[in-house]
Unconditional design. Sequence first.
Length: 151
Amino acid sequence: MLVVAPRVVSASRSERRLRSGTRSCPILDLPAPARPFQPAQRLRHKSEFDRVYRDSRRSTDACFAILTRNSGGSIPRLGLSIAARTIGNAVRRNRIKRLIRESFRQHQHELPAVDIVVNARSGARDADNATIVRSLEKHWRTVIKQCAPPQ
């Protein structure tokens, strides 16, 4: 006769994280629903990217090249250009994209109504999360200064 031991159900990783009070990516301690990243805040079509590439203000450093263009809309929109040749495998590219989206989400209330394209440069490949976040914060401040309405 075959006896099967009862299976012990353990808490999922997210449940354990919630119980312990830690967050997976603690950039800022703000609740997630406070500043959602809506689909309307993304650049999706080639024509939208081309418009930014054709007529843009630039901000660059070792990690990123940020291109911005006044959109005429009411909200800032984000487009990502993360080349496999520059960054490497999908794991690295996805990590950088997550950090960019999260940083944008947290700073969107400060940004003017512009279309932003973020191009990853080779310095972002081996940079740690803190370096990437600092670089993006510097770029967001530059975008705010460059695209501020004249007074």
